[in-house]
Design a protein around this ligand. Sequence first.
Ligand code: FAD
Length: 451
Amino acid sequence: MFINEVGEKEYDIAIVGAGPAGMSLALRISEQSNAKILLVESGVLESNPEINQLSEVDATGDLPSSYYPVHAQRNFGGTSIIWNGYCTILEERAFLNGEWPIPYTDIISFYKDAVEILGLPEEAYLEPSQRFPTDAYNIIYKPYYTGSPVRFGEKYRTYFSEHPNIDVLLNHTCTEVHSNNKAIETLSLQTSTGNPDSSINIRAKYYVLACGGIGNARLMQLGNIAPQSPVGQYFMEHPHIYDEAVLELDKAVIDSIIGSGRVFHALQLSDEYCVQNNLLNFAVSFSTDDVEPRIFLGEKRDAYISDATIRSEMVPQAANRISLSENVDPLQQAKGQIDFYFNYQALAKKSWDAFAKELLASGIGRATSPPDVYQEISGGGHYVGSTRMGASADSSVVDGDCKVHETDNLYVAGSSIFPAASAANPTLSIVAFALRLADHLSERFRGEYSL
Ligand SMILES: Cc1cc2nc3c(=O)[nH]c(=O)nc-3n(C[C@H](O)[C@H](O)[C@H](O)COP(=O)(O)OP(=O)(O)OC[C@H]3O[C@@H](n4cnc5c(N)ncnc54)[C@H](O)[C@@H]3O)c2cc1C
């Protein structure tokens, strides 16, 4: 239910942030146990420009400071209030390479329920990618699916307003996480608008930060949590390059694999090929709007002619980071400072050369040469990596259970935990990881509270 104040109540689990990550987590825990949950959200039910100012940052590098708050909306439902809803699963490459400390199968099993929460067609987990029926298997087809983009705040509002074990506190921003070096003791909250002296403390057995890909690292830094870890470092985006090369694809071969429900067609190099050739995952999307005749292997055939859009992962670099600015936000907290460069030109060329070679060899089609230097590399509005998952406390922030290393009761949800970005849009995987974390936390209350 929606509440206006917390009083002296102590919760089992306090979740900060009601975007897709925080809401999926609360939904699943409430379905599996009787744990008492507090969901704290900076924003209110509708978009509010004054509260959105809390997401403003200072920035240096390839993206201007005005870019970042657009993709960090503050309201009940988070950035899903404006997202486009395209979804595809993480590729296996970085799991095969050991960049993730968990096996790929650990996350694959959660996509079925994540697809349901996001209102996607079931093919999104049943047929996430397909191989072509040709001899050359280095190119795969990996579509992006959508239903209509789920606005979490609208879709799940009634569930949250009626559930007896979930308290939702809107218009309250978590400004500090208080630790005794071993565990989190309390969170400080301030009203996002209104009385600036209205700070309250809340208590829970477990705490989860689900404040988005920038907010999680910033909040940990504001509370000086895990200062020995790379919190804030390895911040990543998805480099996007639009329309700088053209694809000619054999229509009959493409038609043999694409279905009507796949809204957004993309080809990729296979995970095995990427690992063998030390390449990052790299998706090339195309449209089927224009058909023209072309000669393939000496034969005249219909071809899809399409500008190519590249979506890729990038190398994690410690120097790409979120830290605390000298300037403050409207609640007098240090703003985020983001220093970020893609450093992607050389990698894009390497990936494209490999892709063009394999596309030709596969008989699926061909690609024109892109320019030596891409005119513009833009981002996808996906913030990844700044509280990365890993095996050791020196080189990562959270462990395989999404728990902050060496802190007993603090967890992180969202794409900030991804140690590798994959070429895939993140939200389906954000939800899948939130469900996995929900199962881990629900387990703590089994026996005591199980339904
Ligand atoms: C225009 C646009 C299009 C997009 N399209 C796609 C797409 O097609 N596919 C895709 O996969 N992704 C897409 N995205 C990205 C997608 O919206 C995000 O990946 C997703 O919303 C992240 O979920 P989250 O819960 O981790 O973070 P968010 O949605 O950002 O939610 C975080 C929540 O935490 C709250 N919060 C933050 N700090 C605090 C604090 N200190 N105290 C209390 N509350 C706090 C915020 O108010 C917010 O409600 C798009 C984004 C944009 C902007």
